[in-house]
Write a protein that binds this ligand. Structure first.
Ligand code: FMN
Length: 174
């Protein structure tokens, strides 16, 4: 296996967007659709910059591109992070701007718009926002959540994939 070592002197200069993308694409993530109330009703945006941030208070983090049309509406109000199951790749594509896909189904009667039947969902009130360069980092305080069984949709190497549900989790290390 070969490794590309970047000399220290070179590391002081900002990386090119392509080099940064090449590194970050090797970080495998899940895939979410962040849903919220837009000017015309329920809206959603595909995001993989999602992480658990704090247990007490319960906080999660998303990173919203400043150039996204949803930016101003999303950062100021409640939102729901819908974690997608392996069979929901078309929702990830739809909410990333792909056309010609089936309209999404929404869960009925929710306070904050939510997709029908995500693998898991985390509803949030906006807690704090921070300058994240060309993104805004939004911490949300968790106000509701739920999950079901199933395989997870993943994203690595700029491709969608699957993480198979297993019976054993981190507890096998203890
Ligand atoms: C796998 C994947 C992950 C993405 N993650 C993010 C993200 O974390 N933050 C973000 O702002 N956009 C992310 N995007 C891009 C948005 O989904 C895309 O730009 C969307 O069309 C923005 O919608 P809008 O401009 O209509 O608001 C991601 C796209 C894909 C396919």
């Amino acid at each position: 296996m070969s490794h590309t070592l970047v000399p220290e002197a070179q590391q002081a200069t900002p990386p090119s967007p392509g080099a940064l993308r090449a590194c970050m694409s090797r970080f495998a993530t899940g895939v979410t659709v962040v849903t919220f109330t837009g000017v015309d009703g329920p809206r959603g945006v595909t995001m993989n910059s999602f992480t658990a941030a704090s247990a007490d208070p319960p906080l999660v983090l998303i990173s919203v591109a400043r150039r996204a049309r949803c930016h101003d509406t999303l950062i100021g109000g409640p939102f729901c992070v819908n974690i997608l199951g392996a069979e929901q790749e078309s929702l990830a594509r739809l909410f990333a701007g792909a056309t010609g896909l089936t309209e999404p189904r929404w869960a009925p009667g929710t306070r904050v718009p939510r997709l029908a039947n995500p693998l898991a969902w985390v509803e949030c009130e906006p807690w704090r926002s921070y300058d994240g360069g060309d993104h805004t980092l939004v911490l949300g305080r968790v106000t509701g959540l739920g999950h079901r069984d199933g395989d997870a949709l993943t994203y690595a190497w700029s491709r969608f994939g699957t993480a198979v549900e297993t019976a054993e989790g981190i507890e096998v290390l203890n």
